[in-house]
Ligand binder design. Structure first.
Ligand code: IPE
Ligand code: IPE
Ligand code: MG
Ligand code: MG
Ligand code: MG
Length: 327
């Protein structure tokens, strides 16, 4: 069994830092800041800030710089979710009504915008000696996330998305942020270029496994556990690994069956029918295998870091938790 206690301690220390900071003004512009606070304080898993702290800890006691980066990263992540839920027309997030449904889309857009700008407030708190590297790493990543999100939407309209295209899309929309979270933890603690590269590729592999698992849970997870409405990817006609593998398998046998399922007007019925296809063709096993492959690569990256003399026990624990999560 992997001991999650140490990871939980990191999450707790991040939460206390967040609380102490009072990120958004309390007594002015409530229409803008209340939704921001509502969303940020309904904590998600806090994977990215935790990875940032774990990346930093490899090189010495966690500095204030690392905490500020962790806050900036979580703000940026929350901004992407506010806009993602508008784009994906999602009704539920972290077990609560999404911000655009609770407060309206114009407010959700602006709350997301202001959160992304607040993230810079935290990135620019770091020591001048590392700030330029922090900002250039962050900016490159943030542009890639937007590119990935556009590809994700473009693919909704297409029926010929390849596995390679899908993997590149999830690398951009999800993995690069997880890679940057780990890497930035190292940047502010003056890790070497080799170590930073190593941290980044570890994060990318973890991120690939993470998004594949997210896609798996979107269809096979429980609403109470994932805090989202399952079946959202099917409703939005998302091109996930599940979709692409099932399409390849079913179309070989009977192309009309597949098309008929997607043409079903009633959304509940469509989700049921497509999920049944995924089960019948054991597509869930394919995706779980792919998750394992990326996790294996991640553990190899961790082993490399360990070989260079770093204590990677906590990273290993977190990687195992991500692999086994049901939410
Ligand atoms: C959701 O991320 C967006 C994806 C990249 C899949 P998380 O699953 O980490 O969301 P929270 O922060 O824990 O709610
Ligand atoms: C989200 O991907 C990626 C980003 C927010 C950048 P999803 O759309 O799959 O995330 P969920 O499932 O809504 O959390
Ligand atoms: Mg999305
Ligand atoms: Mg979404
Ligand atoms: Mg998803």
């Amino acid at each position: 069994m992997h001991d999650m206690k140490s990871i939980e301690a990191h999450i707790k220390s991040f939460e206390s830092y967040l609380e102490k900071e009072t990120i958004f003004p309390k007594n002015r512009l409530r229409n803008l800041y209340e939704p921001c606070t509502y969303f940020l304080s309904n904590a998600g898993k806090r994977i990215r800030p935790t990875l940032c702290l774990l990346g930093a800890e490899l090189f010495g006691p966690i500095s204030d710089d690392a905490f500020n980066i962790a806050v900036g990263i979580e703000l940026f992540h929350n901004f992407t979710l506010l806009h993602d839920d508008i784009m994906d027309e999602a009704p539920l997030r972290r077990g609560e009504t999404t911000v655009h449904l609770k407060y309206g889309t114009p407010i959700a857009i602006l709350a997301g915008d202001v959160m992304s700008i607040y993230s810079y407030k935290y990135f620019t708190k770091v020591s001048p000696s590392v700030m330029s590297k922090v900002l250039s790493t962050f900016n490159k990543m943030a542009i890639e996330v937007c590119e990935g999100q556009q590809l994700d939407m473009d693919f909704e309209q297409r029926d010929d998305v390849s596995i390679e295209e899908y993997l590149e899309m999830i690398r951009l929309k999800t993995s690069v942020l997880i890679g940057a979270s780990l890497k930035l933890g190292g940047v502010v603690q003056n890790a070497t270029e080799d170590q930073l590269k190593n941290l980044n590729s570890l994060g990318i592999d973890l991120g690939m496994a993470f998004q594949l698992k997210d896609d798996y849970l979107d269809t096979f997870g429980l609403k109470e556990e994932i805090g989202k409405l399952p079946g959202g990817d099917i409703r939005s006609h998302k091109k996930t690994y599940l979709y692409i593998v099932a399409q390849t398998l079913i179309q070989k046998e009977n192309p009309t069956l597949w098309e008929e399922a997607w043409a079903i007007e009633d959304e509940v019925e469509k989700v049921e029918k497509v999920t049944q296809f995924f089960k019948d063709y054991k597509v869930d096993e394919y995706i779980l295998k792919m998750i394992e492959d990326y996790s294996k690569k991640a553990f190899e990256e961790i082993a490399l870091l360990e070989k260079s003399g770093l204590n990677t026990k906590n990273l290993e624990t977190l990687a195992n938790y991500l692999l086994n999560r049901q939410h």
